[in-house]
Write a protein that binds this ligand. Structure first.
Ligand code: BT5
Length: 259
């Protein structure tokens, strides 16, 4: 591997952001950046603080699943103190920022799989986990965790149950984590400021969804059903037409594309 050093200074130097990455905490190795970010948020870290790890030993996905982050990849968490009204848009901000950053840094085209995966050629290259501390009527903090497979051999992903890939595998060469990280933070910042100024990021997110029009299988809690993903609402929920014709609104859950 050629030199792709990371440090807080390299990541934040000259970054064109208003909030995101003004404070960067870089750890060569950490359990989970989301866990560290939650502790920092609990201590009142400034909004936009970013926790980045060279490697995670206990990276986590949704529903207590695990997320592999060996050396050479990106694992980061951003601390935000958003209004409650912004909550449904955070997943859109995060997945759009990741998609845009990957595209600008590699020239590869990406798709977003509802609600939180970024794909290249139909394979997952990025996962997002948002963890929040919500007090009645108010968000204490939100931690946006993003994991991107950057320089990872395809064999390292062999144990993963859904189709997955890495940027180095797709581009056929080593990819600069620094370039992607900086683009990611700049895009996150710009997209979050659209929310802060009363705008919406919904249309771009919807237009990038690969899920719409597809046959899907939805599992949510104890229930599972199949149907066609017809549309999404501006709150991010997915509208699925079941085989018996009924429309179902899916707020959380796992969606598998049945291709
Ligand atoms: C996710 O969960 O996709 C969210 C992943 C979020 C990871 C970031 S890294 C920074 C921050 N700190 C953390 O501790 N987490 C966040 P989910 O949709 O539940 O997908 C998890 C599933 O993806 C696992 O059950 C595996 O099957 C698969 N998987 C694990 N590692 C993977 C990888 N590196 N690439 C692709 N798929 C993976």
């Amino acid at each position: 591997m050629t030199e792709d050093l990371l440090s807080a200074e390299l990541i934040s130097e000259g970054l064109e952001t208003l909030l995101t990455g003004k404070k960067v905490l870089y750890y060569p190795e950490v359990g989970s950046t989301n866990e560290t970010a939650r502790q920092e948020a609990g201590r009142g870290a400034p909004e936009g603080t970013v926790v980045i790890a060279g490697k995670q030993t206990q990276g986590r996905g949704r529903l207590k699943r695990s997320w592999m982050t060996p050396e050479g990849n990106i694992a980061l968490s951003v601390i935000l103190y958003p209004q409650m009204a912004f909550m449904p848009s955070l997943i859109m901000v995060a997945s759009l920022a990741a998609a845009r950053a990957i595209e600008s840094a590699t020239g590869m085209e990406t798709q977003i799989k509802w609600p939180n995966d970024v794909l290249i050629n139909g394979r997952k290259v990025c996962g997002i986990l948002i963890e929040t501390d919500i007090r009645p009527e108010r968000v204490n903090y939100a931690v946006i965790g993003i994991g991107i497979n950057v320089n990872m051999k395809i064999e390292e992903l062999a144990g993963v149950r859904t189709p997955a890939t890495s940027l180095s595998h797709e581009t056929g060469g080593e990819v600069s984590r620094l370039k992607i990280l900086r683009a990611l933070l700049e895009n996150m910042d710009a997209l979050y400021h659209i929310l802060l100024s009363g705008g919406s990021v919904f249309a771009e997110w919807r237009d990038r969804l690969v899920t719409l029009g597809q046959e899907v299988r939805v599992t949510a809690g104890d229930t599972a059903f199949e149907g066609i993903a017809e549309s999404v609402n501006s709150d991010g929920s997915l509208i699925v037409r079941r085989q018996d014709g009924r429309l179902e609104r899916v707020v959380a859950g796992d969606v598998t594309l049945r291709r």
